[in-house]
Design a protein around this ligand. Structure first.
Ligand SMILES: Cc1cc2nc3c(=O)[nH]c(=O)nc-3n(C[C@H](O)[C@H](O)[C@H](O)COP(=O)(O)OP(=O)(O)OC[C@H]3O[C@@H](n4cnc5c(N)ncnc54)[C@H](O)[C@@H]3O)c2cc1C
Length: 291
């Protein structure tokens, strides 16, 4: 199916793109990898009159560590995350996540910025960024501002980005020593969105107890879910089976999935519980130097 007709512009700079957003208001949409927007236009769910293609704007495709943060430009593709040595060695949770998004064709085009800005609770990066405590940089006519990830997802397909703002960078605090993370996802077939998925990031104290825990849930409600009760419960505890079970139950309690073609709500809550346990075990292993 063809999308409705639209005007196409390709700005050379971020400020030009921001000005175009201001000029065309609600009629305009940013185009990054097009892997969500174009299908939605073909289905006539989205009907922008103007597409502002930022795909070739320079300065938005970096993966670097600076000032205690990992900085990921909004235009970094999933395939770039999969092949980055920095991501593989220091941010296994992000590496896990990128590798289970869609299929290689989509991953060659889809961007991290688009994955987050789309505000789809079925997308995988939101839960991962919730677990990692990321901050998102939004650039608009008055400059750049940081939005904590916990404040970013407002409702289904709606984020805290203003109409004339562009997501330009994702900032993730560099994990301290004895940190590890993992992402577990069930999909009906390779390339599908998650039936449910869980992102876990842990930092351990020298005695092996939990210093901090981050837990994010995918496709477990109308917005991506941060399982704060489970996170709080784990802080300071020995990570034995009983503690992991209790945290996993608290994460499942935080999930509010709906029953649909991917399965009944109770089944999805069960997945969240199981994946939280697996995520905690794997994150703990990695925090101790395992792969
Ligand atoms: C077959 C298929 C399978 C898929 N499976 C998965 C999956 O398993 N997991 C998953 O997470 N995703 C999946 N996706 C979705 C895909 O990963 C996301 O579409 C992609 O990450 C969005 O990024 P994009 O660059 O393509 O954004 P686009 O499609 O270009 O844009 C998406 C939305 O975000 C806005 N936007 C984009 N970039 C910015 C920005 N920098 N600032 C402000 N607004 C912006 C656009 O205006 C639009 O509203 C799948 C897609 C397809 C086609």
């Amino acid at each position: 199916m063809y999308p409705p007709s639209f005007e196409y512009v390709r700005p050379e700079t971020i400020s030009e793109a921001v000005a175009l957003l201001g000029q065309h208001g609600d009629e305009a949409k940013i185009l990054s990898g097009g892997q969500s927007l174009i299908p939605m236009m073909k289905l006539r769910v989205a009907r922008p009159s103007w597409l502002i293609d930022i795909g070739r704007v320079p300065g938005l495709a970096h993966i670097s560590e600076d000032g205690g943060h990992l900085k990921i430009g909004a235009l970094v593709r999933e395939a770039d995350l999969e092949t980055s040595d920095l991501i593989r060695s220091k941010f296994p949770l992000i590496h896990d996540t990128a590798g289970v998004i869609a299929d290689p064709l989509v991953r060659n085009l889809a961007t991290v910025g688009g994955n987050l800005a789309h505000g789809d609770p079925a997308n995988d990066h939101p839960a991962t960024m919730l677990a990692l405590g990321a901050k998102l940089v939004a650039t608009g006519p008055r400059g750049a501002r940081e939005i904590p990830i916990a404040d970013f997802f407002v409702s289904i397909f709606t984020t805290a980005l203003e109409q004339n703002e562009i997501l330009t960078e994702i900032r993730i605090p560099t994990p301290p020593p004895r940190s590890g993370g993992a992402y577990f996802k069930l999909e009906r077939k390779v390339g599908d969105f998650a039936t449910a998925a869980v992102a876990v990031q842990l930092t351990l104290n020298p005695d092996g107890t939990c210093k901090t825990a981050g837990i994010g849930l995918t496709n477990a409600g109308p917005t991506p879910v941060k399982a704060t009760k489970a996170e709080d419960f784990l802080r300071g505890r020995k990570l034995d089976e009983a503690a992991m079970n209790q945290a996993a139950q608290l994460a499942a309690d935080a999930a509010q999935p709906s029953s649909d073609l991917r399965g009944p709500a109770e089944f999805k809550k069960g997945l969240v519980k199981e994946f939280t346990k697996r995520g905690l075990r794997k994150a703990m292993e990695r925090a101790g130097g395992g792969k």
